[in-house]
Design a protein around this ligand. Structure first.
Ligand SMILES: Cc1ncc(COP(=O)(O)O)c(C=O)c1O
Length: 442
């Protein structure tokens, strides 16, 4: 019996309850890091502390109105839908991904799920092979593999390579056991670094992936949020082996709606079908009103194009401003290409931090939260070594609705200047200024 079960026995009425018998893969696994930091920030805020919530990676922008209207119109939809997703939605999704990312696909290749996170979990469940994760990596790939009991191979990338996996790294791993089944995850624009891959880099990786016939899981959930509207997908380069992953959560500000999707190559139909079987025995189908509403998100529309234009314009301006602020200190940080994250490295302050007893990214973030109210997630949550003093900053702590309304009033030919940023996006900017000041005062 472990200490948790002893605690349970202390609860009145629990002394006759069954013993704690958790699956060994789940035992000791903490809750998702991003959700934990959010709860911790809320708790501090309730105690009256001014908190800058840059821990949770949630879009600050509202769901576009035409999609919300569709949801209202479809609230009455009550029937279970087909397990692979509503046909009209799959058709719209296929059309959108053909138009925007050049992915040759039809509705038959699309699988809809309650968030791409759930689909990734089911993919790992049905496919028997290792999962290869370049780090820094989104926080949930590795825990999912651990829950299922898959082998995890981390490939640590470097800031000087733009935090990108190099073809040499992938080749070295695959060469050691060429026929081993593997899923290699690529996420670009990246959570947590904001950087992405160019066409040449994708080609080089695709060549290695194809040589060893690995499956690529191309997590492009931030693809529509490339700040310069210049996202390239690896799917058209390695179509036979790449599964595309995306959804509404980030570009549409609809994380809580829970709608994600995979697009499969025809030769991996067996995998899609196996996933649909598991889906049919677990979540059955994604919420009907949400699927009906999502059709409008994936159809061509000037309103959504305009929304995305403004969203990217705002994110690009904040990203640039924050990098400029960091550049006036000794913090190392790369300019973001997309999404709403930065992954600064505070190693130049390592000696001074050591004097305060801070030697890991976790201690750094804890201390920072206590001292300044700034919530960020430590690099170690993204698979980096504990003593690497990196952290993820999510520049989302501002009122996205107000910022959008204001940006709409500013001619598209003009930059969003400091006046705009301090008026509508002050949260991340003031927090970064405070952070820089705090570092310099150490
Ligand atoms: C890189 C990345 N992939 C996937 C997801 C999962 O998104 P969802 O399950 O909302 O589709 C997230 C969410 O934070 C993410 O950042």
């Amino acid at each position: 019996m472990n200490s948790k079960s002893e605690n349970a026995k202390d609860v009145i009425g629990c002394d006759l309850a069954p013993d704690l018998q958790l699956n060994l893969n789940v035992r000791g696994l903490p809750p998702s890091a991003t959700l934990a930091i959010n709860e911790r920030s809320d708790q501090l805020a309730r105690q009256g502390v001014k908190v800058y919530k840059m821990g949770l990676g949630q879009s600050p922008f509202p769901v576009p109105e035409i999609i919300v209207d569709e949801l209202k119109r479809n609230a009455f939809q009550k029937d279970y839908l087909p397990v692979k997703g509503l046909l009209e939605l799959r058709r719209a999704v296929a059309g959108h991904h053909r138009r925007t990312f050049g992915i040759e696909c039809t509705e038959d290749d699309v699988l809809i799920g309650p968030g791409s996170k759930e689909l990734m979990f089911i993919l790992q469940l049905v496919y028997y092979g290792d999962i290869v994760i370049p780090t820094p990596a989104w926080v949930s790939y590795a825990p999912q593999a651990q829950i299922i009991g898959r082998q995890i191979r981390l490939l640590h990338t470097k800031a000087e390579n733009g935090w990108r996996l190099t073809p040499e790294q992938l080749d070295e791993l695959c060469r050691s056991d060429p026929s081993r089944p593997r899923i290699v995850v690529l996420n670009y624009p990246s959570n947590p670094t904001g950087t992405t891959y160019g066409l040449e880099e994708l080609r080089a990786i695709a060549e290695i992936a194809s040589r060893y016939r690995v499956i690529l899981l191309s997590d492009e959930i931030y693809g529509q949020l490339h700040h310069e509207d210049n996202h390239h997908s690896i799917v058209p380069i390695y179509p036979e082996g790449t599964i595309f992953s995306g959804g509404l959560s980030k570009w549409c500000g609809a994380g809580g709606w829970r709608l994600g999707l995979f697009v499969f190559p025809k030769c991996l139909r067996w995998l899609q079908d196996a996933m649909a079987v598991v889906a049919s025995e677990t979540f059955t189908a994604t919420s009907a009103p949400i699927q009906y509403a999502a059709i409008s998100a994936y159809q061509e529309s000037e309103e959504i194009d305009w929304y995305l234009y403004q969203v990217k314009r705002i994110l690009r301006s904040i990203g640039r401003k924050l990098v400029t602020l960091f550049n006036s200190t000794k913090v190392n940080v790369l300019s973001p290409h997309g999404a709403f994250y930065l992954f600064p490295d505070f190693k130049e302050y390592g000696e001074r931090l050591k004097c305060l007893g801070i030697t890991t990214s976790h201690e750094f973030c804890e201390h920072l939260l206590q001292e300044t109210g700034i919530a960020m997630l430590p690099g170690m949550d993204f698979g980096r070594a504990p003593e690497e003093l990196t952290a993820r900053l999510a520049y989302v702590n501002f009122d996205g609705k107000k910022a959008l309304e204001a940006a709409n009033q500013i001619p598209a030919s003009l930059f969003l200047d400091d006046n705009f940023l301090y008026s509508y996006c002050a949260g991340p900017i003031v927090a970064t200024e405070n952070l820089c000041r705090w570092l310099e005062s150490l």
